[in-house]
Design a protein around this ligand. Structure first.
Ligand code: UT7
Length: 331
């Protein structure tokens, strides 16, 4: 019998001011607005200012989440930042954020699970709260993907955007909050989505820079096939674990990579498209930030309300996947 339940107490998100449209991209690479919309659903994305790093975006989202939750930074026990674009390899961006927030009592670490990072973090935070280890955990999905994008590669540069989404996780009344979690990985697919150089295997050198190996490399069609399969199966598993049927779910919030992936997964799940939240058209794929940004917007639009049952589901580099089923709680 579960003694404690963990849920989201407050949320916030941030996207940089600068908007890059498909028409802007037409001037940069051989592409067209129509191709991008037809193949991905993306119309525009936000791009960080030169002086902005991932921690700066995370800070704005985190402050909003703390205010929404009605708690002070000093009350945080732990900060988890899910990102593939940390400010630096080390120290972690979570430690930078801890200092910026003045969250002196908080432990801090980054979590690397690609675009599944926020849902992974929520699962980790759930365990830390329900075990009684911590009371308040700040989880953030934040990315400055524009810094690792090859702006000459049309296969990738039209897909991604920058942004951050944050949530304060804490105890909620019995039966509310996180009902079940599902996390998984298939490391054999790592080669399909990676930054080849800059780590211990291939340290940065003139050669790696000349070969464009510090940018995102992706085999789009392999990731596409994996994504459709895993989004449907992870959602199904997490609903089964929670003992809820697809009919009982009010809203599915999937990782926002591509409307075709989202539609194909919805079809596999036999769920009507109006039950699946989409905002990839305005933000592109913001990796670990996409699920929390989508959840914030869905809540702002009144689609996520007290007692509502929702499923968050992500997939990404690793390859990884994660899903969480929740019964939404609010005061
Ligand atoms: O968060 C996880 C990360 N990633 C993803 O979720 C992405 C998963 N994959 C995808 O979303 C899709 O595979 C893409 C949107 C990346 C590509 O769509 P696709 O329908 O799989 O297209 P494709 O890769 O089969 O390429 C079709 C054609 C190719 O031309 P050829 O070889 O047939 O002559 C590409 O060179 O489209 C070409 N192409 C473009 N054309 C215009 C690729 N990118 C572009 C572009 N503009 N930006």
């Amino acid at each position: 019998m579960q003694m404690k339940y963990a849920g989201i107490l407050g949320m916030g998100f941030y996207v940089p001011e600068k908007v890059l449209t498909n028409y802007d991209l037409e001037k940069m690479v051989e592409t067209s607005h129509d191709w991008i919309v037809e193949r991905t659903g993306i119309k525009e994305r936000h791009i960080a200012a030169p002086e902005q790093a991932t921690s700066g975006q995370a800070l704005i989202a985190a402050r909003k989440a703390l205010e929404d939750a009605g708690i002070e930074a000093e009350q945080l026990d732990c900060i988890i930042v899910a990102t593939e674009t940390p400010d630096t390899k080390f120290p972690s961006t979570a430690c930078v954020l801890q200092d910026l927030l003045g969250a002196k009592a908080a432990a801090a670490f980054d979590l690397s699970a690609g675009c599944s990072g926020f849902v992974y973090s929520l699962s980790v935070a759930n365990s830390m709260i329900t075990s009684g280890l911590y009371k308040h955990i700040l989880i953030v999905g934040a990315e400055t993907l524009s810094r690792i994008m090859n702006w000459k590669d049309r296969n990738t540069c039209v897909l991604f955007g920058d942004g951050a989404g944050a949530a304060v996780v804490g105890e909620v009344p019995e039966g509310y909050g996180i009902l079940s979690v599902e996390m998984g990985a298939d490391g054999s697919g790592g080669k399909f989505l990676q930054m080849p150089a800059g780590g211990s295997r291939k340290p940065a050198s003139h050669e790696t820079v000349d070969n464009n190996e510090h940018y995102i490399f992706m085999d789009g069609s392999e990731v596409f096939k994996f994504a459709v399969k895993i989004m449907a199966s992870a959602s199904k598993k997490v609903m089964d674990k929670a003992g809820i049927s697809i009919e009982e779910v009010d809203l599915i919030i999937p990782h926002q990579a591509n409307t075709r992936i989202i539609s194909a997964s919805a079809k596999r799940l036999h769920v009507p498209e109006e039950k699946v939240f989409v905002n990839v058209d305005r933000y592109g794929n913001t990796s670990a930030a996409s699920v929390p940004i989508a959840l914030c917007e869905a809540r702002q639009q009144g689609l996520v309300k007290k007692d509502g049952k929702i499923v968050l589901v992500g997939f990404g580099a690793g390859l990884t996947w994660a899903a969480v089923a929740m019964k939404w709680w609010s005061k």
